[in-house]
Ligand binder design. Structure first.
Ligand SMILES: Nc1ncnc2c1ncn2[C@@H]1O[C@H](COP(=O)(O)OP(=O)(O)OP(=O)(O)O)[C@@H](O)[C@H]1O
Ligand SMILES: [Mg+2]
Length: 237
């Protein structure tokens, strides 16, 4: 049975700059099922980051709503939102955003520290996650001692730390060569398969999008009617 984990209803975001309005998102209606691995594709300026920021409670829409796990997050206050961000959502960014003075295992532990998980428990989970992303030999390395692809794998392990319902990734392959980018998309697919976490990746690169199970298209702030299947088959439903 397909269960909807994330839904937007007429989601609209209008920015104002110098008296001019920019319609970054217009009436976006989309539904993502629990356990899916989905790509949202669009050219630069089409509204991808704006959409992800709304889905991830990082910014508020001008109108419309975002329903995550049956709850309308657009009605929440800042402290409720920060709890949702910490407990339900894992973020992966184009520039990795690792803490430079912390090594790999400490970076993965950080969100668990914020969630007040005891030290021995979070160390154990960080080790397991770094094993899962193939970095068991790099746990003590700081970000500058890792390749770009390895840094992104640490960031992915960190995104899974608090067992989120959903992972949101904004151009996770944007700073990587195409071969490493493909490995990162395949790794996200394996984690989706093994753990079952819903994953949404935004990208401008069709080659990367096609490695997910479903591709949605964003153009000028609107989701197009057409959508495509990717090559990722996922779990048997
Ligand atoms: N804070 C802001 N203030 C005003 N306009 C903004 C702001 N953020 C984004 N925009 C505008 O909204 C539109 C969508 O921007 P967004 O960053 O979501 O695009 P994107 O699809 O992520 O692009 P890229 O692929 O280059 O990252 C663009 O026209 C952009 O100029
Ligand atoms: Mg963007």
């Amino acid at each position: 049975m397909n269960e909807v984990i994330l839904k937007t209803v007429n989601l609209t975001k209008v920015y104002e700059r110098g008296g001019k309005k920019v319609h970054a998102l217009s009436d976006v209606n989309l539904q993502i099922n629990r356990g899916d691995y989905v790509a949202i594709m669009g050219t630069s300026g089409s509204g991808k980051t704006t959409l992800l920021n709304m889905l991830g409670c990082l910014d508020k829409p001008t109108s419309g709503s975002v329903i995550l796990d049956g709850v309308d997050i657009t009605k929440m206050n800042e402290s409720e939102l920060s709890k949702i961000r910490r407990d339900k959502i894992g973020f992966v960014f184009q520039a990795f955003n690792l803490i430079p003075i912390l090594n790999a295992i400490e970076n993965v532990e950080l969100p668990m520290e914020c969630a007040k998980i005891p030290k021995d428990k979070r160390r154990k989970r960080a080790r397991q996650l770094l094993n899962l992303v193939g970095l068991s030999e790099r746990m003590e390395h700081r970000p500058h001692e890792l390749s770009a692809g390895e840094q992104q794998r640490v960031a992915i392990a960190r995104a899974f730390a608090n067992k989120p319902s959903i992972i949101l990734a904004d151009e996770p392959t944007g700073n990587l060569d195409s071969k490493t980018g493909k490995h990162i998309m395949e790794l996200l697919g394996r984690l989706n398969y093994n753990i079952g976490t819903t994953i949404i990746v935004v990208t401008h690169d069709y080659k990367m999008a096609s490695l997910t199970g479903r591709i949605l298209f964003l153009q000028d702030g609107r989701i197009l009617k057409k959508e495509k299947e990717g090559t990722y088959l996922g779990r048997k439903k």
